[in-house]
Design a protein around this ligand. Structure first.
Ligand code: BGC
Length: 514
């Protein structure tokens, strides 16, 4: 057994079929990932469109047009422009805290709907933008929409899914993110051919389509039994629970009673934000911060945001680099499928560790490949086709390793480890940390490339080694554990058990709940 191993022992095995209702709920719910993905994928391409730069960032446009420097590492470094990409993630960060209150009091479903509506308005403002302030206002609304949906969707799916398939269902959210990214890459590749100077309007306005889809699906969804109990709607909760599990009252009783107990305990907690800081939640709090932080420090978003720029830096034509982005986008989708299959069979830990090992090797390979051609001067040279092909292949393998590990698990694991009383607060922390570091990577990457040069890949490789070691020692296996029974994995963990209360303490603590 590995350092984070967990003895399955007396794990409860609730009955529950994969019903049409649960599939519908999870698939429609997971659509929330589309808007996040579309955003991640669209801004890199839009900011490389000359008419867009000329309209909103004329200084950057002139600077690029006049740039005669030969240093490829520093060519695209501009803080104002990266702020366009990164501002959205700052807005999402702030919104996720408000979303915590809304998911708790209004429920998961309404939060998703609200997120979709705000996102729709943001996309429409962007498409019609006549000046920079309209553009930025749109970005902020998009960010709020993303904050709301990344807060509510993973919780929604984890609570709906039957325990044995929670991993697979939850990863449909990540699959939707990767599909969103891919569609955005394709749109950016096609709009300049179709709409010329107005291409950016179509690229940005395209986000209204996934937003509308999300609103429509959220309208059709039922809220989760856990959330309905949290809102005091016990009868409705029972009805939905029966429906999604495809069982009768008697058959759902054991699982339903556990949900009721969890919800009762949760109701006594008036201040989840104070509560989450208590010593007994230290393991969950650590994971809520560490997992999204490490996910961003894999360097994946460098590829997502700046692959066209990166590939142009190493000598690709503009069109070839946009096309390569489409290829990495497709690889991202396919490899996410591996995780859907593997997370409930081989477990979260083995996916994390295998993904980490492969990412490490190929990041080092990229550093060597790029460093040996461009050195530290970054002078332009003609890159042989076969060599460029190897670089793209390494990027694809790196992307696929992320897609079967840190990509989906970075959302799945935090959403399943919190007890109900601090679940919304915990998820907010995960979203906020994720958005904060997405912001940093988006904002700082071009400056980092300029200073670290090819060593940037070594920088991320070192982080991948650290995060894999962390997972090995500190993350217990959560596969197949009912969501309201999760506390047992910490109680049996070699390190975290010292933070956990025993049964008597549990009782005393609930008497003293804040
Ligand atoms: C991450 C994003 C990333 C995407 C790539 C998501 O899980 O949160 O930051 O761009 O995966 O597929």
């Amino acid at each position: 057994m590995g350092a984070g191993g967990f003895v399955a022992g007396d794990v409860k095995n609730y009955p529950g079929k994969v019903t049409r209702h649960v599939v519908n709920a999870c698939v429609l719910g997971a659509m929330g990932g589309l808007i996040f993905g579309y955003d991640l994928g669209i801004s890199g391409g839009v900011t490389s469109m000359a008419p867009f730069l000329n309209k909103f960032f004329p200084d950057v446009y002139r600077k690029e047009a006049l740039d005669t420097s030969t240093n490829q590492y520093c060519k695209f470094n501009d803080m104002g422009l990266t702020l366009f990409t990164s501002s959205l993630y700052l807005a999402a960060l702030i919104a996720s805290f408000g979303a915590s209150y809304i998911t708790r009091t209004w429920g998961r479903k309404r939060t998703m709907l609200l997120g979709g509506i705000i996102f729709f308005i943001g996309a429409a403002l962007n498409a019609g933008a006549v000046d920079l302030s309209m553009l930025i206002a749109g970005r902020i609304l998009l960010g709020v929409g993303v904050g709301f949906s990344t807060q509510s969707v993973p919780l929604y799916v984890s609570e709906m899914a039957p325990q044995k398939h929670r991993g697979a269902f939850n990863i449909v959210f990540q699959l939707a993110i990767t599909i969103g990214i891919f569609i955005a890459n394709l749109v950016n590749y096609l709009t300049p051919k179709i709409a010329g100077n107005q291409a950016w309007r179509y690229s940005l306005g395209g986000a209204t389509i996934p937003a509308a889809l999300i609103c429509l699906s959220a309208l059709k969804l039922d809220d989760t039994p856990n959330s309905l109990l949290e809102q005091g709607k016990a009868e409705k909760a029972r009805e939905i629970h029966r429906k999604i599990r495809g069982l009768n009252d008697k058959e759902i009783e054991a699982e339903f009673q556990d949900l009721v107990t969890a919800s009762e305990a949760a109701k006594q907690v008036e201040h989840p934000w104070t509560r989450i800081l208590k010593r007994q939640y230290r393991p969950q709090l650590t994971m809520a911060v560490a997992i999204p932080f490490f996910q961003q420090l894999t360097g994946m978003n460098v590829v997502m945001f700046y692959a066209p720029v990166l590939l142009q830096s190493i000598g690709f034509e503009n069109n070839a680099s946009l096309l390569s982005t489409v290829i990495t986008g497709a690889v991202n989708i396919l490899a996410t499928g591996v995780s859907i299959y593997g997370s409930d069979k081989s477990g979260r830990r083995s996916l994390f560790l295998s993904g980490g090992a492969v990412m490490f090797v190929f990041q080092v390979a990229l550093a060597v490949l790029i460093g040996s051609k461009f050195g530290t001067s970054g002078d332009v040279i003609e890159l042989p086709k076969w060599y460029a092909g190897i670089v793209v292949a390494c990027i694809c393998i790196f992307v696929s390793a992320f897609a079967w590990s840190w990509g989906p698990l970075g959302w799945l694991v935090p959403s399943e480890i919190f007890p109900l009383e601090i679940r919304s607060a915990g998820q907010s922390i995960t979203v906020a940390v994720n958005m904060l570091f997405t912001f940093f990577i988006a904002q700082l990457f071009l400056a980092m490339l300029c200073h670290f040069k090819f060593g940037l890949f070594i920088f991320f490789a070192i982080f991948v080694a650290i995060m894999s070691t962390f997972i090995f020692f500190f993350l217990p296996e959560t596969m197949n554990i009912p969501i309201e029974e999760m506390s047992r994995v910490w109680k049996q963990h070699w390190y975290w058990r010292r933070f956990m209360l025993d049964e008597d303490d549990d009782r005393r603590a609930s008497d003293l709940m804040v």
